[in-house]
Design a protein around this ligand. Structure first.
Ligand code: ADP
Ligand code: ASP
Ligand code: MG
Length: 402
């Protein structure tokens, strides 16, 4: 078997944990498998590098940021290679440059395009454990790029697809995917399995246990994932194409605090205005999420939308520049907001799901600022400091606890 095993930052946070990971990998290796290990940066390394960068330059060039952040993963793989060597196992660490992990040039949120598997195959052929840096790639200029925060999951899935691996295991600091973040809802329940579509929604709506693009890739290439803990041998969560007959109405609750709301006021109430607003944002690669348009009155209307906090400065720039184009009277920015969402493939066939969710919030006295729905999710925007409580109330209302 060829197994891809990915370990997140907390799983390699110190010497003891590095050896713990090394031993787990060696176990599979000794059983006769080919083992490819993908690692994230140790503990809070990435955060610390970002903090230092911002102390030097509050708006560091994105290219330089990627040059810097790629260092974190490189430390992990080198230490792992040393740990395995000290345990008498042949292993080799490789970075994105050595593998030739090609991405586009969007520094900070690069997309993987192609992975050369030749070097990896050769090393496996020589019966080595191959340890690869997560999160990083190289673009056509051979500059280092990174895939976005949490991106090592995506590296692992992409490698599993490229190598036609028999298993792709994502090891983290919780036992699997839960009905809500167990740090927010202590009695959340571990899901034995979840479909790609539901997991994709959960991840995109803030459940950072998996990078959303890793789920997208897994779905596209049919890579079955297992999410489990690096600290115990409990069974994890299987992420795969839907298989259950009896669907749960709601699989989970997710929240995302990396949200800001922009309201553009008094734009002309005529065709093409929304197009102008969102076209300008799209051209700058700014992802707009929930959109709310007020009922027009006296020839004008208001348009409000959410963006990721990281995109806020860029979004404000665009709005300021283009105010004249869409004849707006002004704009307002609100940063203390969060998204809270429920996800479930069974929602389509069960009426009253939204009512139950809004009822739980209303009973808790939590005001809903915006609403957005799709086939398998409902998202509301609430005050940021009420988000955790909202998650718990909704989790309770749908009886999701253990
Ligand atoms: P890693 O460093 O291993 O990649 P992350 O911190 O990126 O780990 O992701 C794991 C974290 O995701 C958990 O510690 C947990 O707090 C959070 N999380 C959010 N939502 C969920 C969920 N529904 N199920 C499990 N964990 C979740
Ligand atoms: N080290 C990177 C980050 O913190 C990538 C990862 O952890 O997946 O975002
Ligand atoms: Mg992660």
């Amino acid at each position: 078997m060829l197994i891809v095993k990915k370990f997140g930052g907390s799983s390699v946070a110190n010497r003891e944990r590095i050896f713990n990971v090394a031993r787990r990998c060696i176990e599979d290796y000794k059983a006769g498998n080919d083992v490819v290990v993908v690692l994230s940066a140790m503990g809070d390394t990435t955060d610390e590098l970002i903090e230092m960068a911002h102390s030097i330059n509050p708006h560091p060039p994105k290219r330089e940021m990627d040059m810097l952040l790629a260092v974190g993963e490189q430390m992990s793989v080198a230490y792992m290679g040393m740990a395995m060597d000290s345990l008498g196992i042949p292993a080799i660490s490789l970075n994105a440059f050595q593998v030739k992990m090609r991405t586009n040039s969007s520094y900070g949120s690069a997309k993987l395009k192609r992975i050369d598997t030749e070097r990896i195959r050769n090393e496996l052929e020589m019966r080595k454990i191959v340890i690869i840096t997560g999160f990083q790639g190289i673009n056509k200029m051979e500059d280092l790029t990174t895939l976005g925060r949490g991106g090592s999951d995506t590296t692992a899935v992409a490698l599993a697809a490229a190598l036609h691996a028999d298993a792709c295991e994502i090891y983290t600091d919780v036992d699997g995917v839960y009905t809500a973040d167990p740090r927010i809802v202590p009695n959340a329940r571990k899901l034995p399995e979840i479909s790609y579509s539901e997991m994709l929604e959960m991840a995109s709506l803030g459940a950072k246990v998996l990078h959303n693009r890793s789920v997208e890739l897994a779905k596209k290439y049919g890579v079955q994932l297992v999410v489990r803990s690096s600290l115990n041998t409990n069974e994890g969560t299987v992420v795969k194409e839907a298989a259950r007959m009896e669907r749960m109405i709601v699989s989970g609750v997710a929240s995302d605090k990396n949200v800001a709301r922009i309201s553009v006021m008094g734009v002309e109430n005529e065709p093409g205005v929304a197009f102008k607003v969102f076209n300008s944002l799209a051209k700058k690669n700014i992802n707009v999420d929930i959109i709310l348009q007020s009922v027009g009155r006296e020839g004008t209307k208001d348009i409000a939308f959410t963006v990721a906090k990281d995109d806020l400065d860029a979004a404000i720039e665009v709005i300021k520049e283009d105010m004249k184009i869409f004849t707006a009277k002004g704009y307002e920015v609100e940063t203390g907001v969060a998204k809270v969402s429920i996800v479930g493939a069974g929602m389509t066939t069960h009426p009253g799901v939204a009512a139950k969710m809004f009822g739980a919030l209303s009973a808790g006295g939590i005001n809903i600022k915006m609403i957005s729905t799709s086939e398998i999710r409902i998202t509301v925007v609430v005050d940021e400091n009420e988000a955790d409580r909202a998650v718990r109330l909704i989790h309770d209302a749908f009886d999701l606890a253990d």
